[in-house]
Design a binder for this molecule. Structure first.
Ligand SMILES: Cc1cc2nc3c(=O)[nH]c(=O)nc-3n(C[C@H](O)[C@H](O)[C@H](O)COP(=O)(O)O)c2cc1C
Length: 317
Protein backbone atom coordinates (compact mmCIF):
# COMPACT_ATOMS: atom_id res chain seq x y z
CA UNK A 1 0.00 0.00 0.00
CA UNK A 2 1.04 3.62 -0.44
CA UNK A 3 2.83 4.62 2.74
CA UNK A 4 2.64 8.21 3.95
CA UNK A 5 2.56 10.19 7.15
CA UNK A 6 -0.76 11.37 8.53
CA UNK A 7 -1.34 14.82 10.03
CA UNK A 8 -3.62 14.67 13.05
CA UNK A 9 -4.09 18.23 14.22
CA UNK A 10 -0.59 19.40 15.20
CA UNK A 11 0.79 15.83 15.25
CA UNK A 12 2.34 13.93 12.38
CA UNK A 13 2.66 10.14 12.33
CA UNK A 14 5.65 8.29 10.83
CA UNK A 15 3.39 6.29 8.57
CA UNK A 16 -0.23 5.30 7.98
CA UNK A 17 -0.20 1.75 9.40
CA UNK A 18 -2.05 2.02 12.70
CA UNK A 19 -2.99 -0.52 15.37
CA UNK A 20 -6.47 -0.52 16.91
CA UNK A 21 -7.65 -0.18 20.46
CA UNK A 22 -8.19 -3.77 21.64
CA UNK A 23 -9.81 -4.33 25.03
CA UNK A 24 -7.89 -6.84 27.10
CA UNK A 25 -4.87 -6.72 24.78
CA UNK A 26 -3.56 -3.30 23.71
CA UNK A 27 -1.74 -2.60 26.95
CA UNK A 28 1.62 -0.79 27.29
CA UNK A 29 3.54 -3.95 26.31
CA UNK A 30 1.51 -4.75 23.19
CA UNK A 31 1.73 -1.14 22.05
CA UNK A 32 5.48 -1.18 22.73
CA UNK A 33 5.80 -4.27 20.50
CA UNK A 34 3.76 -2.65 17.72
CA UNK A 35 5.62 0.67 17.86
CA UNK A 36 8.93 -1.19 17.88
CA UNK A 37 7.84 -3.02 14.72
CA UNK A 38 7.20 0.36 13.11
CA UNK A 39 3.49 1.12 13.61
CA UNK A 40 2.58 4.73 12.90
CA UNK A 41 0.07 4.99 15.74
CA UNK A 42 -1.31 2.71 18.46
CA UNK A 43 -4.17 3.23 20.88
CA UNK A 44 -4.87 2.13 24.43
CA UNK A 45 -7.87 -0.09 24.85
CA UNK A 46 -11.14 1.70 25.54
CA UNK A 47 -11.22 3.28 28.99
CA UNK A 48 -14.44 4.31 30.73
CA UNK A 49 -14.48 8.03 31.52
CA UNK A 50 -16.69 7.26 34.51
CA UNK A 51 -14.18 4.63 35.64
CA UNK A 52 -11.44 7.26 35.44
CA UNK A 53 -13.36 9.93 37.33
CA UNK A 54 -14.54 7.55 40.04
CA UNK A 55 -11.10 5.89 40.19
CA UNK A 56 -12.38 2.37 39.52
CA UNK A 57 -9.79 -0.24 40.31
CA UNK A 58 -7.49 -1.03 37.40
CA UNK A 59 -8.71 1.82 35.18
CA UNK A 60 -5.53 3.88 35.43
CA UNK A 61 -3.41 0.77 34.70
CA UNK A 62 -4.93 0.75 31.23
CA UNK A 63 -3.19 4.09 30.63
CA UNK A 64 0.34 2.90 31.40
CA UNK A 65 2.76 3.83 28.64
CA UNK A 66 6.39 3.28 27.61
CA UNK A 67 8.94 5.51 25.91
CA UNK A 68 8.35 3.68 22.60
CA UNK A 69 5.12 5.64 22.25
CA UNK A 70 6.28 8.69 20.32
CA UNK A 71 2.61 9.65 20.08
CA UNK A 72 0.37 8.59 22.94
CA UNK A 73 -3.28 7.96 22.13
CA UNK A 74 -5.89 7.00 24.72
CA UNK A 75 -9.31 5.74 23.73
CA UNK A 76 -12.21 6.75 25.97
CA UNK A 77 -15.87 5.82 26.08
CA UNK A 78 -18.85 7.38 27.80
CA UNK A 79 -21.83 9.59 26.99
CA UNK A 80 -21.57 12.65 29.22
CA UNK A 81 -19.63 15.65 27.84
CA UNK A 82 -18.95 17.05 31.34
CA UNK A 83 -17.41 13.79 32.50
CA UNK A 84 -15.24 13.63 29.38
CA UNK A 85 -13.99 17.16 30.04
CA UNK A 86 -13.30 16.37 33.71
CA UNK A 87 -11.47 13.15 32.72
CA UNK A 88 -9.37 15.02 30.14
CA UNK A 89 -8.05 17.27 32.94
CA UNK A 90 -6.90 14.33 35.06
CA UNK A 91 -3.25 13.53 35.64
CA UNK A 92 -3.74 10.07 34.15
CA UNK A 93 -4.39 11.65 30.75
CA UNK A 94 -1.83 14.44 31.06
CA UNK A 95 0.78 12.67 28.93
CA UNK A 96 -1.59 11.65 26.16
CA UNK A 97 -1.39 13.58 22.90
CA UNK A 98 -4.64 12.20 21.50
CA UNK A 99 -8.01 11.37 22.99
CA UNK A 100 -9.86 8.95 20.72
CA UNK A 101 -13.59 8.53 21.21
CA UNK A 102 -15.19 5.11 21.02
CA UNK A 103 -18.44 5.30 19.07
CA UNK A 104 -18.36 1.70 17.90
CA UNK A 105 -18.34 -0.76 20.77
CA UNK A 106 -21.19 -3.29 20.27
CA UNK A 107 -20.91 -5.05 23.65
CA UNK A 108 -24.35 -5.06 25.41
CA UNK A 109 -22.94 -3.73 28.70
CA UNK A 110 -21.69 -0.63 26.85
CA UNK A 111 -24.40 -0.31 24.18
CA UNK A 112 -27.29 -0.63 26.67
CA UNK A 113 -25.74 2.22 28.67
CA UNK A 114 -26.08 4.50 25.65
CA UNK A 115 -22.29 4.40 25.10
CA UNK A 116 -20.01 3.01 22.34
CA UNK A 117 -22.00 2.23 19.19
CA UNK A 118 -25.22 3.51 20.82
CA UNK A 119 -23.77 7.00 20.28
CA UNK A 120 -24.34 6.52 16.53
CA UNK A 121 -28.01 7.17 17.33
CA UNK A 122 -27.13 10.22 19.47
CA UNK A 123 -25.21 12.37 16.98
CA UNK A 124 -25.82 15.73 18.67
CA UNK A 125 -24.37 14.37 21.89
CA UNK A 126 -21.38 12.85 20.09
CA UNK A 127 -20.78 16.22 18.45
CA UNK A 128 -20.96 17.98 21.82
CA UNK A 129 -18.45 15.58 23.38
CA UNK A 130 -16.02 16.32 20.54
CA UNK A 131 -16.45 20.11 20.68
CA UNK A 132 -16.16 20.27 24.48
CA UNK A 133 -13.03 18.12 24.48
CA UNK A 134 -11.45 20.17 21.71
CA UNK A 135 -12.10 23.31 23.80
CA UNK A 136 -10.25 21.66 26.67
CA UNK A 137 -7.14 21.59 24.48
CA UNK A 138 -6.92 17.90 23.50
CA UNK A 139 -6.39 16.59 20.00
CA UNK A 140 -9.56 14.58 19.48
CA UNK A 141 -10.11 11.68 17.09
CA UNK A 142 -12.99 9.22 16.83
CA UNK A 143 -13.52 5.62 15.81
CA UNK A 144 -17.02 4.58 14.80
CA UNK A 145 -19.05 2.04 12.88
CA UNK A 146 -21.33 2.65 9.87
CA UNK A 147 -24.51 2.48 11.92
CA UNK A 148 -26.44 0.26 14.26
CA UNK A 149 -27.82 -2.08 11.62
CA UNK A 150 -28.02 -2.64 7.90
CA UNK A 151 -30.30 -0.11 6.22
CA UNK A 152 -29.28 2.54 8.74
CA UNK A 153 -25.97 3.77 7.37
CA UNK A 154 -25.14 7.01 9.20
CA UNK A 155 -21.37 7.01 8.60
CA UNK A 156 -21.14 10.06 6.34
CA UNK A 157 -23.53 12.25 8.35
CA UNK A 158 -22.00 11.18 11.65
CA UNK A 159 -18.44 11.72 10.39
CA UNK A 160 -19.27 15.16 8.99
CA UNK A 161 -20.68 16.23 12.34
CA UNK A 162 -17.62 15.03 14.25
CA UNK A 163 -15.20 16.68 11.82
CA UNK A 164 -17.27 19.88 11.97
CA UNK A 165 -17.03 19.80 15.76
CA UNK A 166 -13.23 19.64 15.58
CA UNK A 167 -12.24 15.96 15.39
CA UNK A 168 -8.79 15.75 13.78
CA UNK A 169 -9.09 12.22 12.36
CA UNK A 170 -11.86 9.68 11.83
CA UNK A 171 -11.46 5.91 11.80
CA UNK A 172 -14.27 3.95 10.23
CA UNK A 173 -14.80 0.35 11.28
CA UNK A 174 -16.72 -0.36 8.12
CA UNK A 175 -19.30 -2.70 9.62
CA UNK A 176 -22.60 -2.25 11.48
CA UNK A 177 -22.97 -2.72 15.23
CA UNK A 178 -25.09 -5.82 14.64
CA UNK A 179 -22.30 -7.36 12.49
CA UNK A 180 -20.01 -7.43 15.53
CA UNK A 181 -16.75 -8.50 13.86
CA UNK A 182 -17.93 -10.62 10.95
CA UNK A 183 -18.67 -10.03 7.31
CA UNK A 184 -17.05 -8.13 4.49
CA UNK A 185 -16.34 -4.51 5.43
CA UNK A 186 -17.93 -1.81 3.26
CA UNK A 187 -15.15 0.02 1.38
CA UNK A 188 -17.63 2.13 -0.56
CA UNK A 189 -18.97 3.83 2.58
CA UNK A 190 -15.44 4.72 3.63
CA UNK A 191 -14.83 6.28 0.22
CA UNK A 192 -17.98 8.39 0.61
CA UNK A 193 -16.85 9.48 4.07
CA UNK A 194 -13.39 10.36 2.78
CA UNK A 195 -14.93 12.53 0.07
CA UNK A 196 -17.21 14.27 2.57
CA UNK A 197 -14.68 15.43 5.19
CA UNK A 198 -11.44 17.41 5.22
CA UNK A 199 -9.71 15.42 8.00
CA UNK A 200 -7.78 12.14 7.53
CA UNK A 201 -9.91 9.01 7.35
CA UNK A 202 -8.54 5.64 8.44
CA UNK A 203 -10.05 2.36 7.27
CA UNK A 204 -10.55 -0.49 9.73
CA UNK A 205 -11.96 -3.97 9.22
CA UNK A 206 -10.76 -7.36 8.04
CA UNK A 207 -7.08 -6.62 7.33
CA UNK A 208 -5.11 -9.82 7.87
CA UNK A 209 -2.41 -9.56 5.19
CA UNK A 210 -0.51 -6.92 3.25
CA UNK A 211 -2.70 -7.78 0.23
CA UNK A 212 -5.75 -6.95 2.37
CA UNK A 213 -4.13 -3.61 3.28
CA UNK A 214 -3.46 -2.86 -0.42
CA UNK A 215 -7.06 -3.66 -1.33
CA UNK A 216 -8.47 -1.66 1.58
CA UNK A 217 -6.46 1.44 0.68
CA UNK A 218 -7.34 1.20 -2.98
CA UNK A 219 -11.04 0.55 -2.52
CA UNK A 220 -11.73 2.83 0.44
CA UNK A 221 -9.71 5.89 -0.59
CA UNK A 222 -8.59 6.10 3.05
CA UNK A 223 -5.44 7.84 4.27
CA UNK A 224 -4.34 4.80 6.23
CA UNK A 225 -5.30 1.45 7.67
CA UNK A 226 -5.92 0.29 11.20
CA UNK A 227 -5.08 -3.34 12.01
CA UNK A 228 -6.97 -5.12 14.78
CA UNK A 229 -7.28 -8.91 14.99
CA UNK A 230 -4.61 -9.26 12.30
CA UNK A 231 -2.07 -7.52 14.56
CA UNK A 232 -3.20 -9.40 17.65
CA UNK A 233 -2.30 -12.74 16.10
CA UNK A 234 0.69 -11.50 14.11
CA UNK A 235 2.00 -8.06 15.02
CA UNK A 236 4.73 -8.67 12.40
CA UNK A 237 1.97 -7.98 9.85
CA UNK A 238 3.01 -4.35 10.46
CA UNK A 239 6.47 -5.19 9.00
CA UNK A 240 4.92 -6.99 6.01
CA UNK A 241 2.83 -3.94 5.19
CA UNK A 242 5.73 -1.52 5.72
CA UNK A 243 7.96 -3.75 3.58
CA UNK A 244 10.64 -4.14 6.27
CA UNK A 245 12.15 -7.41 7.53
CA UNK A 246 10.35 -9.21 10.37
CA UNK A 247 12.48 -9.65 13.49
CA UNK A 248 12.84 -13.12 15.06
CA UNK A 249 9.29 -13.95 16.20
CA UNK A 250 10.31 -16.00 19.24
CA UNK A 251 12.60 -13.23 20.52
CA UNK A 252 9.84 -10.68 19.95
CA UNK A 253 7.25 -12.70 21.88
CA UNK A 254 9.70 -13.34 24.73
CA UNK A 255 10.34 -9.59 24.94
CA UNK A 256 6.60 -8.97 24.98
CA UNK A 257 6.15 -11.45 27.83
CA UNK A 258 9.17 -10.13 29.76
CA UNK A 259 7.72 -6.61 29.77
CA UNK A 260 4.60 -7.98 31.47
CA UNK A 261 6.76 -9.94 33.95
CA UNK A 262 8.63 -6.78 34.90
CA UNK A 263 5.45 -4.81 35.63
CA UNK A 264 3.23 -7.54 37.10
CA UNK A 265 5.65 -10.05 38.56
CA UNK A 266 6.35 -13.50 37.14
CA UNK A 267 3.44 -15.44 38.54
CA UNK A 268 0.75 -12.86 37.58
CA UNK A 269 2.34 -12.47 34.17
CA UNK A 270 2.11 -16.21 33.52
CA UNK A 271 -1.66 -16.07 33.97
CA UNK A 272 -2.19 -12.67 32.33
CA UNK A 273 -0.27 -13.56 29.14
CA UNK A 274 -2.19 -16.79 28.42
CA UNK A 275 -4.83 -15.17 26.23
CA UNK A 276 -2.24 -13.27 24.18
CA UNK A 277 -0.13 -16.43 23.88
CA UNK A 278 -3.17 -18.39 22.65
CA UNK A 279 -3.47 -15.87 19.80
CA UNK A 280 0.23 -16.06 18.96
CA UNK A 281 -0.11 -19.85 18.79
CA UNK A 282 -3.23 -19.76 16.61
CA UNK A 283 -1.52 -20.64 13.32
CA UNK A 284 1.36 -22.66 14.74
CA UNK A 285 1.41 -26.43 14.15
CA UNK A 286 0.82 -28.41 17.33
CA UNK A 287 -0.97 -25.43 18.88
CA UNK A 288 -3.19 -27.54 21.13
CA UNK A 289 -0.27 -29.19 22.97
CA UNK A 290 1.64 -25.92 23.13
CA UNK A 291 -1.37 -24.15 24.66
CA UNK A 292 -1.61 -26.87 27.31
CA UNK A 293 2.04 -26.24 28.18
CA UNK A 294 1.37 -22.50 28.44
CA UNK A 295 -1.57 -23.09 30.77
CA UNK A 296 0.72 -25.20 32.98
CA UNK A 297 3.61 -22.67 32.88
CA UNK A 298 4.31 -20.93 36.19
CA UNK A 299 7.71 -19.34 35.55
CA UNK A 300 9.40 -17.12 33.01
CA UNK A 301 11.65 -20.04 32.03
CA UNK A 302 8.63 -22.29 31.38
CA UNK A 303 7.16 -19.65 29.08
CA UNK A 304 10.42 -19.05 27.24
CA UNK A 305 10.80 -22.79 26.64
CA UNK A 306 7.34 -23.03 25.03
CA UNK A 307 7.95 -19.90 22.95
CA UNK A 308 11.28 -21.35 21.72
CA UNK A 309 9.53 -24.61 20.82
CA UNK A 310 6.71 -22.84 18.97
CA UNK A 311 8.88 -20.26 17.20
CA UNK A 312 12.35 -21.82 16.69
CA UNK A 313 14.75 -19.12 15.57
CA UNK A 314 16.57 -19.40 12.24
CA UNK A 315 19.85 -19.97 14.12
CA UNK A 316 18.55 -22.83 16.23
CA UNK A 317 16.65 -24.63 13.45
C1 LIG B 1 -10.68 -8.51 21.49
C2 LIG B 1 -11.12 -7.24 20.86
C3 LIG B 1 -11.15 -6.08 21.62
C4 LIG B 1 -11.57 -4.87 21.05
N1 LIG B 1 -11.53 -3.73 21.79
C5 LIG B 1 -11.84 -2.52 21.22
C6 LIG B 1 -11.70 -1.30 21.95
O1 LIG B 1 -11.31 -1.27 23.12
N2 LIG B 1 -12.02 -0.15 21.29
C7 LIG B 1 -12.44 -0.13 19.98
O2 LIG B 1 -12.69 0.93 19.43
N3 LIG B 1 -12.56 -1.28 19.29
C8 LIG B 1 -12.25 -2.45 19.87
N4 LIG B 1 -12.32 -3.61 19.12
C9 LIG B 1 -12.65 -3.52 17.70
C10 LIG B 1 -11.36 -3.41 16.88
O3 LIG B 1 -10.63 -2.26 17.22
C11 LIG B 1 -11.68 -3.38 15.37
O4 LIG B 1 -12.52 -2.28 15.12
C12 LIG B 1 -12.39 -4.65 14.91
O5 LIG B 1 -11.77 -5.80 15.44
C13 LIG B 1 -12.41 -4.72 13.38
O6 LIG B 1 -11.13 -4.87 12.84
P1 LIG B 1 -10.59 -6.31 12.32
O7 LIG B 1 -11.69 -6.87 11.44
O8 LIG B 1 -9.34 -5.99 11.58
O9 LIG B 1 -10.37 -7.16 13.52
C14 LIG B 1 -11.97 -4.83 19.69
C15 LIG B 1 -11.95 -5.99 18.94
C16 LIG B 1 -11.54 -7.19 19.50
C17 LIG B 1 -11.51 -8.43 18.65
Amino acid sequence: MKLKSVSIGRLTTKNNVFVAPLAGFSDFAFRNVCYTLGAGLCFTEMVSVKGLIYKSRGTEDLLETTSAEYIKAAQLFGDDPDIFVAAAKMKALENFDIVDLNFGCPVPKVFNNGEGSAMLARPELAEKIVSELVKSGKTVTAKFRMGIEKGDNVAVEFGKRLAGAGASMLTLHARYKTDYYSGEPDYETCLKLKNAVCVPVIFNGGIFSSADADAAMERSGADGVMLARGALRSPWLICDILGVPTPDKGELIKKHFDMICERRGESNACRYFRKQMALYLKNVSGAKKLKEKIFAATTREDYHAVIDEAFPSEDRR
